[in-house]
Design a protein around this ligand. Structure first.
Ligand code: NAD
Length: 450
């Protein structure tokens, strides 16, 4: 038999690889405010350590994440160019259950941000008594500059590069800033294609926040906003404040900001000021949050929305309103903004929006804060419901999901409020104390092996 002839494939000119200019940037970066987010997480934790007796060795364990994963992965973009991306996954603690927390797509994602966000997830899950630990991750790039096709490739390559660092009983990602149900569907599909054929169906719960047709829970998309509203309702009951006719300012009009504003508007509250990465606007008679959300869905930003008058960022923070909801980035309420603010309550939809100096000023001015690990925990609560439904091959009715969420949010709010009253501490520290006491009890019984 004649040996087959190997014909040389002509070499085509390959495009030069494009390297992200930020790729090699220092990975421990301060934010635009000059403050490192992990330092904020450390300061908040220290405050709680000052209030309750936590074993010194446990303090040392909890101060640092267990695992910090950094991945560089190449993606061939629709332009034909190959770009190298930097991805992170930080796994803070898993004594209560699998690591759990979102994946962020944003140009400013950095290691210490993921460390802080993962740490907060540990406290959040422990506070809500969920069988999960804390994790967080992200990819450092601006998703708005990429086509849908590129986003799919970036997501799939990132998921593939993470490999067994995630898993339904090990580490369960979810949506965060810049990601959504579609990104979660691609993550789940990619992961289910790298496990054995017989496991394909059982690994759906490797991520939560999927679309309902792909195994997501009814009510997951609105869950963070709905949980925020339950906290506001509890606060209003305690403060004897009537939500009908209340005025509202919301920074960030993505998933969290828009869902919160929509639900509050149904209770009679009026959205008088709003802003996103493109600017800030006021409307004394109130924006229609449904129309605004539809506009953002189509255009990707609030910019150009007809109605409303443009204002500066400082004017936005100085808006006289009852409820102020930061629902965008971290470190938005620092010393400068806290001095400007003119509201009754700040409800932290975003993670880490207030620094320690800002918080002290707000407290001295009598402005109440409902802290992030409580206020925005509705998202992870319904993520847990989704994980359970997938595990049991069930689909719950949306009313069932909403009722269970309401019960859990109200009970946890009451527990935190009671703890704050009892120990004469602020609400954030009270939430930390509840979470840390739960963790300490488990560590005490399980011990450190070997
Ligand atoms: P998203 O991507 O849907 O929306 C983010 C919003 O923030 C957008 O309107 C964007 O324009 C705005 N924004 C971005 N940069 C800004 C800037 N510099 N100034 C003002 N606005 C800016 O994200 P999301 O899911 O709504 O998350 C918002 C926050 O809530 C994040 O801190 C996230 O970690 C937190 N969070 C989200 C969930 C969830 O279920 N999605 C759960 C808990 C906490």
């Amino acid at each position: 038999m004649q040996a087959s002839k190997i014909t040389a494939v002509p070499r085509t000119k390959q495009p030069a690889p494009m390297i992200d200019k930020d790729l090699d940037a220092e990975i421990i970066e301060p934010t635009e405010k000059g403050e490192n987010l992990f330092k904020l997480a450390e300061k908040q934790l220290q405050r709680a350590f000052d209030v309750i007796a936590i074993d010194a060795s446990l303090q040392t364990i909890l101060k640092q994440p267990k695992n910090e994963i950094i991945i560089h992965f190449p993606v061939k973009l629709s332009t034909g160019k190959v770009q190298l991306f930097k991805g992170y996954r930080v796994q803070h603690n898993n004594i209560l259950g699998p690591f759990k927390g979102g994946i962020r797509f944003h140009q400013n994602v950095y290691l210490d941000e993921c460390k802080a966000l993962a740490t907060w997830m540990t406290w959040k899950c422990a506070l809500q008594n969920l069988p999960f630990g804390g994790g967080k991750g992200g990819v450092k790039f601006d998703p708005s500059l990429h086509t849908k096709e590129d986003l799919e490739h970036i997501t799939r390559r990132f998921t593939h590069a993470l490999g067994n660092n995630i898993g339904p009983e090990w580490d369960v990602p979810a949506p965060d800033m810049g990601t959504n149900a579609q990104i979660m569907d691609w993550m789940m599909d990619t992961y289910s294609n790298i496990v054995s054929m017989s496991d394909k169906q059982s690994v759906k719960r490797v991520v939560t926040g999927k679309s309902t047709v792909c195994g997501g829970s009814p009510g997951r998309e609105e869950a963070t906003g709905r949980g925020i509203v339950h906290c506001i309702t509890q606060w209003a009951d305690e403060a004897r404040f009537n939500l009908a006719g209340a005025t509202l300012a919301v920074q960030g009009f993505g998933n969290v900001g828009s869902n919160t504003a929509k639900i509050l508007s149904r209770m009679g509250a009026s959205l008088i000021a709003v802003g996103d990465h493109t600017g800030y606007w006021r409307h004394p008679e109130g924006f229609n949050p449904y129309k605004l959300a539809e506009y953002v869905r189509q255009k990707g930003t609030l910019q150009g929305y007809p109605g409303g008058e443009s204002m500066t960022r400082d004017e936005f923070f100085a808006t006289k309103c009852d409820i102020f909801i930061p629902a965008a980035l971290e470190l938005q309420i620092c010393e400068h903004e806290a001095k400007l603010m003119n509201c009754k309550v700040v409800v932290e939809g975003a993670n880490g929006p207030t620094n320690v100096e800002g918080e002290t000023i707000l407290a001295n001015r009598g402005i109440h804060i409902i802290p992030d690990i409580l206020a925005n925990s509705g998202g992870v609560v319904v993520s847990y419901f989704e994980w359970l439904q997938n595990k049991r091959s069930e689909t719950w009715d949306i009313e069932d999901v909403r009722t269970r969420l309401e019960t859990r949010m109200n009970n946890t709010y009451q527990m935190a409020s009671e703890k704050a009253r009892h120990l004469q501490i602020d609400m954030r520290t009270a939430c930390y104390v509840i979470a840390l006491e739960r963790l300490q009890e488990v560590y005490a019984r399980r011990g450190i092996w070997p």
